[in-house]
Design a protein around this ligand. Structure first.
Ligand code: 3PG
Ligand code: MG
Length: 392
C-alpha cells in the first residue's frame, strides 16, 4: 500500500479525496461530528502541501436519487467553520463537469462534489463513472476506512484510473485494528445492535467462532424475537432471514458460543413516545420495540462483568430519544466501569455507537473507538475489504 503521507510533489495537484462524512443528520442538522473531526488531519496535510482538494463522500442511502435531505451542504458548512477556509459545494451533474470547472478562482483550495450516492453508478462500481471521476483529478486518496467494505466506484473502481494512496485516518484505523486483533484475551464478548440489519446479519455467523459470547440487541434482535415466535408489532425487521438465524444458532452450538438476545423490551407507539417496559408476550400490534428492558440489561451487564475483552457495535435501542437510550447507556457504563480498573479491553465501532459515547462524553473511556461500523466488522471477520484491496 502506498501512503499519501510519504508523497512529495503534491503542489497544485488535484487530489480526489474519498472521505466518509456519513454523519447522522436530523432535519439537515448534524447530530454527531466525530467523522468530520477525524478527517481534519488529511485536509490540513493537503492544504499545507498546496494541493487542490476535491472531496467525495456519501451521506445516508439515497439509492441513486437526488434527495435534498441528504445534501452534503451542512457538512461543508461545518468544515468551513472548523478550518476557516472557503469550501465550495458543486451541485452540478458530475457527468457534465470538467477539470477546469472545479477550482475557478485561483484561491479555491477545497471543493466538494454533492452526495456521490445521488448517482446510481456509485454503488454499481460503474466503470465509466469512475473513469469520468478520474478525469477530474491527478491523484486519488482513500481516507474512508469506514466505507472500504463497499465495492463502489469512488472507493474501488476509481483506483484503476488514478495513482492511488491511503490517507492518514485510514492508516490509523488499520494499524489500530491490527493491534486489537492480535491482543485478544478471553473470554471475549461481542455486543451487536443497531438498525442496519441487512448488512450485518450475514456477518454474525462468521464472527461467532471468534467469540465466547454474542449479545444481539437493537433492531437486529427483532428478527430473532420474531423467529422465536414472538409478535414484534410494527418494529423494524428484515424479511426472509430465518435461514441466517438458523445458521447463527447452529454455528453457535458448534463453537460453544452463547447467544443472548432480549428477554424484555421497551416499546413505544412512535419514535417520540415514552418508553414502556414489556415482557415479550405483551407486545401489541401497534408497538415499536425501541430498547432492551431491565432484565436484559442485567443479563448483558453480567456477561460484561465476566469478560476480558468486549467489542461493541451498534446501539441497543433508539438512543436518539433519551427514553430509549437506557439500554445503550447501561452497556456503555458497565464497560467503562470495568475499563477503569483495567480488567477489560474494550473496542467500540460504528457511527451510531460513537454518537452514544459522545452523548455520554465517554469517547475516551474505551481502549479503541473505530469510526467504522460495517467495515470494522468485516475486517474482524478476516475479509479482504474491496477498498483496501484496491489500494494494494
Ligand atoms: C457507515 O456508516 O458505515 C459507512 O458510511 C457506510 O455506509 P453504508 O453502510 O450505507 O454503506
Ligand atoms: Mg453508519
Amino acid at each position: 500500500m502506498n501512503y499519501i503521507k510519504d508523497q512529495e510533489n503534491l503542489k497544485d495537484k488535484n487530489i480526489l479525496l474519498r472521505l466518509d462524512l456519513n454523519v447522522p443528520l436530523k432535519n439537515k442538522v448534524i447530530t454527531d461530528q466525530t467523522r468530520i473531526d477525524k478527517i481534519l488531519p488529511i485536509i490540513d496535510f493537503l492544504i499545507k502541501k498546496k494541493s487542490k482538494i476535491l472531496v467525495i463522500s456519501h451521506v445516508g442511502r439515497p439509492k441513486g436519487k437526488i434527495n435534498e435531505d441528504l445534501s452534503l451542504k451542512p457538512i461543508c458548512e461545518y468544515l468551513e467553520n472548523k478550518i476557516d477556509k472557503k469550501v465550495n459545494l458543486i451541485k452540478e451533474n458530475i457527468f457534465k463537469l470538467k477539470k477546469e470547472d472545479l477550482f475557478k478562482n485561483s484561491k479555491d483550495q477545497i471543493v466538494f462534489l454533492e452526495n456521490i450516492r445521488f448517482y446510481k453508478e456509485e454503488e454499481e462500481n460503474d466503470l465509466n463513472f469512475s473513469k469520468h471521476l478520474a478525469t477530474l483529478a491527478d491523484i486519488f486518496v482513500n481516507d474512508a476506512f469506514s466505507c472500504s467494505h463497499r465495492a463502489h466506484a469512488s472507493i474501488s473502481k476509481i483506483t484503476e484510473f488514478l495513482p492511488s494512496y491511503a490517507g492518514l485516518q485510514l492508516e490509523n484505523e488499520i494499524k489500530a485494528l491490527k493491534k486489537v486483533t492480535t491482543k485478544i484475551k478471553k473470554p471475549i464478548t461481542c455486543i451487536m445492535g443497531g438498525s442496519k440489519i441487512s448488512s450485518k446479519i450475514g456477518i454474525i455467523k462468521n464472527l461467532i467462532p471468534k467469540f465466547n459470547n454474542f449479545v444481539i440487541v437493537g433492531g437486529m434482535a427483532n428478527n430473532i424475537l420474531s423467529y422465536k415466535g414472538n409478535l414484534i408489532g410494527k418494529s423494524i425487521k428484515e424479511n426472509d432471514c430465518d435461514k441466517f438465524i438458523d445458521d447463527i444458532f447452529n454455528t453457535a452450538k458448534n463453537h460453544s458460543c452463547s447467544i443472548t438476545f432480549p428477554e424484555d423490551v421497551a416499546v413505544g407507539k412512535s419514535l417520540e413516545d415514552k418508553a414502556l417496559i414489556k415482557k415479550l408476550n405483551e407486545i401489541e400490534d401497534d408497538d415499536l420495540i425501541l430498547d432492551i428492558g431491565p432484565k436484559t440489561i442485567d443479563k448483558v451487564k453480567d456477561i460484561i462483568e465476566n469478560s476480558k475483552t468486549v467489542l461493541w457495535n451498534g446501539p441497543a435501542g433508539y438512543f436518539e430519544n433519551p427514553s430509549f437510550a437506557i439500554g445503550s447507556y447501561e452497556i456503555a457504563k458497565k464497560i467503562i466501569d470495568k475499563n477503569k480498573n483495567n480488567s477489560i479491553y474494550s473496542i467500540a465501532g460504528g457511527g451510531d455507537t460513537i454518537a452514544v459515547l459522545n452523548q455520554m462524553n465517554a469517547f475516551n473511556s474505551f481502549n479503541f473507538v473505530s469510526t467504522a461500523g460495517g467495515a470494522f466488522l468485516e475486517y474482524l471477520e478476516g475479509k479482504d475489504l474491496p477498498g483496501i484491496k484496491a489500494l494494494n
